[in-house]
Design a protein around this ligand. Structure first.
Ligand SMILES: [Zn+2]
Length: 127
């Protein structure tokens, strides 16, 4: 039996119930389709959108990620680039957030689904 630890399942965007099926139907690097989710888990068939509009709450997780990245980038630039012009801060933050947008989008939804989706892990369903 494969080990399906919680951190590994979140990192790999796996279904919270079986920790085997994938939540997203395409790779995060597919820029046209990185946001496409499976309606149901391809492995255990649980609904991955527990109720209509469920994922609107994921924007709070996304906001927390964004603030964390702004603080981290700000601290790194202050110490590593010796407190550059404010436009360097703004440009770097915007650039990094655009590059990380697919990951921010996906992990916001995954963390929100694991936290508030009400789906319990069932080890008997995992592969
Ligand atoms: Zn599943």
């Amino acid at each position: 039996m494969r080990s399906n630890s919680l951190p590994k399942s979140i990192l790999e965007c796996r279904c919270p119930r079986c920790r085997t099926g994938k939540v997203f139907s395409h790779s995060a690097f597919n820029l046209a389709k990185f946001n496409r989710m499976n309606e149901r888990c391809p492995h255990c068939d649980v609904r991955l959108e527990p109720e209509p509009g469920f994922y609107q709450g994921a924007m709070y997780v996304s906001y927390a990620f964004t603030v964390a990245f702004i603080v981290i980038i700000g601290i790194l630039l202050y110490y590593l680039a010796n407190d550059p012009n404010e436009w360097v801060y703004i440009g770097t933050v915007i650039g990094v957030m655009i590059v990380l947008a697919p990951l921010n989008y996906r992990y916001s939804r995954i963390i929100y689904l694991y936290s508030f989706g009400g789906i319990r892990y069932n080890p008997a369903l995992s592969k």
